[in-house]
Design a protein around this ligand. Structure first.
Ligand code: GTP
Ligand code: MG
Length: 136
């Protein structure tokens, strides 16, 4: 069965939305396989966001991801990678459709980084790579 990595980013944890986000994942029917609270190292984040190194938002993104604890979750289900991306909504929470996690719970806070509550792996290759990084 397919698995993906979900992260509840520091804004989601700080806003006490962990339960609400887990509720949506469970209500959709995906299975929680593993879950933990993590304070990610610079090394972990550099590997996780490898594809974004050198982009203008990379430094603010990594700084934001170290601003507080992150909840790392391994979830499973048929087509869970695309299914969770659909639950999460588009990257910019202002544009994200109502009904999605980012669309219902996120907004622009006027900061350098897009605080968009969650991460979900974007392909089977990313999911395998990221699950290895966060869960070993
Ligand atoms: P993730 O699930 O977090 O990976 O989001 P995503 O796949 O929708 O976005 P992507 O992988 O392209 O970017 C990773 C993160 O970098 C995003 O979630 C945003 O927090 C941030 N980001 C991406 N693009 C931009 C951008 O154009 N400007 C800014 N400020 N931040 C961005
Ligand atoms: Mg991404």
């Amino acid at each position: 069965v397919e698995e993906t990595l979900v992260l509840i980013k520091p804004d989601g944890v700080a806003r006490n939305l962990t339960g609400e986000i887990l509720r949506r994942i469970e209500a959709k029917g995906y299975q929680l396989v593993d879950i933990k609270l993590v304070e990610p190292s610079l090394e972990l984040l550099a590997a996780h966001y490898e594809e974004h190194q050198g982009k203008p938002f990379y430094e603010p993104l990594v700084e934001f991801m170290q601003s507080g604890p992150v909840v790392a979750i391994r979830i499973a289900g048929n087509r869970v990678i695309e299914g969770f991306r659909s639950l999460a909504g588009t990257t910019d929470p202002t544009d994200a459709a109502p009904g999605t996690i980012r669309g219902d719970l996120g907004r622009d806070w006027g900061l350098k980084v897009q605080q968009n509550l969650v991460h979900g792996s974007d392909s089977p290759e990313s999911a395998q790579r990221e699950l290895g990084l966060w869960f070993g």
